[in-house]
Write a protein that binds this ligand. Structure first.
Ligand code: IDP
Length: 138
């Protein structure tokens, strides 16, 4: 049986703050395997597809703006229940509310801007993981 896979993104704030290593260290320390990785500045088109479920929401445009503002690191990771496991490592969307011990809780900052600059993205289901891995590792 092949292990579950997920897409992890280190967002532009994580890369700019030099936290890529620290974030991926936590992923590996938890026992997940990184099987592919690339750094890129994402196009609006890619991001609009990636975040299609949020189209029409007030933070959609600022989110695309933020996510295309600098390089991101896209990671393919695998392991038993890695989707749920990485979401748990990442913590709540809002860095202020995220529990200590999580990536967002320990390292996330509230900059008081329109979008939660919360360091990481992780797929939220097997269906999104498959769709998102197809987009970022086409
Ligand atoms: P998640 O990244 O924790 O899965 P989602 O609800 O999928 O959260 O939202 C995607 C991203 O959009 C978040 O990580 C965050 O950067 C941004 N976002 C979500 N909700 C809000 C909001 O209410 N205000 C501002 N930004 C938001």
């Amino acid at each position: 049986m092949s292990a579950e896979e997920t897409l992890i993104l280190v967002k532009p704030d994580g890369v700019a703050r030099g936290l890529t290593g620290e974030i991926l260290r936590r992923v590996e320390a938890k026992g997940y395997r990184i099987t592919d990785l690339r750094m890129l500045t994402a196009s609006r088109e890619l991001l609009a597809e990636h975040y299609e479920e949020h189209e029409g929401k007030p933070f959609f445009e600022p989110l695309l703006e933020f996510m295309s503002s600098g390089p991101v690191v896209a990671v393919r990771a695998e392991g038993n229940r890695v989707i749920e496991g990485f979401r748990s490592l990442a913590g709540a969307t809002d860095p202020t509310a995220a529990a200590p011990g999580t990536i967002r809780g320990d390292l996330g900052r509230d900059w008081g801007v329109a979008v939660q600059q919360n360091l990481v993205h992780g797929s939220d289901s097997t269906l999104s993981a498959e769709r998102e891995l197809g987009l970022w590792f086409a």
